[in-house]
Design a binder for this molecule. Structure first.
Ligand SMILES: O=P(O)(O)OC[C@H]1O[C@](O)(CO)[C@@H](O)[C@@H]1O
Length: 554
């Protein structure tokens, strides 16, 4: 058992005052808006980043903010940010820095890390140019038409989401696809549309040991060979982004086709590295550079803005407030932009893999909520699905709305509808509608009194439900880069407030180990006696001993 930590009150002298403030809190959100200056006072713009945060529809006032900032000061957030950016070994359980900010440095490289990044960027730019221009050819001399990124988790979600968001809406020289799942259908459902002569695979894996990526890469290799590619021409169809160069070489990837990353880049923070290759391939290398530049502007903001006006710190403090003092156990991400449809999935890994921890940095167990459940989908689709629960359910689910001011298509009337819906949702969550007002309306329409009273209860919307709105001036590579960096830093700030390490992910290891154990035992047909009956009977029913033999990667 981990040594027990006494909880936030014992760790943070300023926390009990925040709790007392919560107990005293009597305000309704709608009444707070009697202050006509409220939205101005509780909105902050990072102008360089093209992002404004309106956090006025939250259960907070000046005193709340002061108390929250007090907690951040006590947690030495400002110092922690400097440690992060300076490359201190903030990932203490893996004894290494988390220097994803170095991946987006601008100007001349200064540090050893920046020099390495600059060289990799050059390599990426040259490669992208060769493939997109048709100079890079496959085994039969034809230009590449399709690029498939094989990777999972951080080696998939970020590049996939950004590519979908930024893909120019005009024909591109190559199509980029993503395969992640160990389910062979993911790869196979794509392959029938592809030609081995003109398909190039990027094997994206920081560790180059991830099961899904290894298996998909082996199958892709077999498919390429079966398509007529001689063994000695495989290098024309396979490149890799990895920090494990020997493993990539052993797999058969030519050394000059390997794009490096480093142990100081966390998987879920890696889209800014060579793991972002599919972004550059799909959208053009300059788009990738603009993405980096936007993210770097948010780094500057995070490092320099005072806590009261610091977007990542504010988002973190607001989540901290609801999770620690209001009992919120989840948070919903609602991008009102179809192109940002995959943002919730990306955020889910970033936030939940970082903050889903049960011990402090020193290994003491915590008795407070750490990470909350992150979920969501693009608006307006969610309105016709789960928003019912947000409006009338019994759970407190703080919402982050993301909206884009400039239309993202020529259908501007629809854009106006999109924004009208976004703003009406946060307003409905906040204002609600009382049973009394609804009952009066029903009576005025001639409904019988008893019936009206009952129906009004069903129709009433409690309101008083909090949200942030994050407004992007427009959806560009730079504003998207800044938005993603905003959330990366929010997660770091929360980790600091909670006293946990947001850069490791030991929890995923047990499942991997047991997966290996089950696969190996099922393949041999010898199931260990100690297994629980449920696992044993499912394995017996579904995994015949020939599993190993049925592979088509030979
Ligand atoms: O890039 P890799 O090493 O294949 O890892 C993929 C993903 O697997 C994880 O380690 C979790 O299993 C993530 O943190 C990571 O993004």
């Amino acid at each position: 058992m981990a040594e027990h930590d006494c909880g936030l009150s014992a760790r943070m002298a300023s926390f009990p005052a925040l709790q007392q403030h919560r107990r005293d809190w009597q305000h309704e959100l709608r009444t707070l808006f009697r202050d006509s200056e409220r939205s101005n006072r509780f909105s902050v713009s990072a102008r360089d980043c093209g992002i404004t945060l309106d956090f006025s529809k939250n259960h907070l006032d000046d005193e709340t903010l002061q108390l929250l900032v007090g907690c951040a000061r006590e947690a030495r957030l400002t110092d922690a940010v400097q440690d992060l950016l300076r490359g201190e070994r903030v990932n203490n359980t893996e004894d290494r820095p988390a220097l994803h900010t170095a991946l987006r440095f601008q100007g001349k490289p200064q540090t050893a890390e920046e020099h390495a990044v600059a060289a990799c960027r050059e390599q990426m730019a040259a490669f992208v140019e060769r493939v997109r221009s048709g100079a890079w050819t496959g085994f039969s001399g034809k230009a590449i038409t399709d690029v498939v990124n094989i990777g999972i988790g951080g080696s998939d979600l970020g590049p996939r989401m950004v590519t979908e968001a930024l893909l120019p809406r005009e024909p591109q020289p190559v199509r980029v696809h993503f395969v992640a799942n160990i389910d062979g259908a993911d790869l196979a459902d794509l392959q029938w549309q592809l030609d081995p002569e003109t398909t190039l695979f990027i094997v994206a894996s920081k560790s180059f040991s991830t099961l899904e990526t290894r298996e998909n890469a082996l199958s892709a290799r077999a498919w390429t060979l079966a398509g007529g590619c001689p063994e000695n021409a495989l290098h024309k169809h396979f490149v890799a982004s990895t920090s494990n160069i020997p493993a990539a070489v052993e797999f058969g990837i030519a050394e000059q086709n390997i794009f490096p990353l480093w142990d100081w880049v966390g998987g879920r923070y890696s889209l800014w590295s060579a793991i972002g290759l599919p972004i550059a391939m799909a959208c053009g290398y300059e788009v990738f550079e603009q993405l980096l530049a936007g993210a770097q502007r948010m780094d500057v903001h995070f490092a320099s803005a005072p806590l009261e006006q610091n977007l990542p710190a504010l988002l973190a403090l607001i989540t901290f407030w609801y999770a620690q003092c209001w009992g919120a156990q989840s948070q919903v991400m609602l991008p009102y932009a179809q192109r940002l449809e995959k943002l919730p999935a990306w955020l889910q890994q970033l936030d939940m893999e970082s903050l889903g921890k049960h011990v402090t940095r020193n290994g003491k167990s915590v008795d407070y909520v750490t990470g909350v459940v992150i979920w969501g989908s693009a608006g307006t689709n969610g309105q016709h699905s789960f928003h019912q629960l947000l409006h009338q359910g019994k759970l407190l689910v703080p919402a982050d709305f993301v909206a884009v001011r400039k239309p993202m298509s020529t259908l501007t009337r629809q854009h106006n509808w999109l924004l009208a819906n976004c703003f009406s949702q946060s307003r409905a969550l906040m204002e609600g509608r009382s049973a009394g007002a609804i009952e009066a309306e029903l009576l005025a329409k001639g409904m019988a009194a008893a019936e009206a009273a009952e129906l009004a209860q069903h129709k009433a919307v409690p309101g008083n439900r909090p949200s942030n709105t994050i407004l992007l001036d427009e959806l560009t590579p730079a504003t998207l880069g800044a938005l993603l960096a905003l959330y990366e830093h929010k997660v770091f700030a929360l980790g600091t407030l909670l006293g946990i390490n947001p850069f490791d992910q030991w929890g995923v290891e047990l499942g991997k180990l047991l997966g290996e154990e089950i696969f190996t035992a099922a393949s041999s047909g010898e199931l260990p006696a100690g297994w629980d009956a449920s696992t044993r009977s499912m394995v017996e029913a579904c995994l015949p001993p020939e599993t190993e033999k049925s592979t088509d990667q030979a």
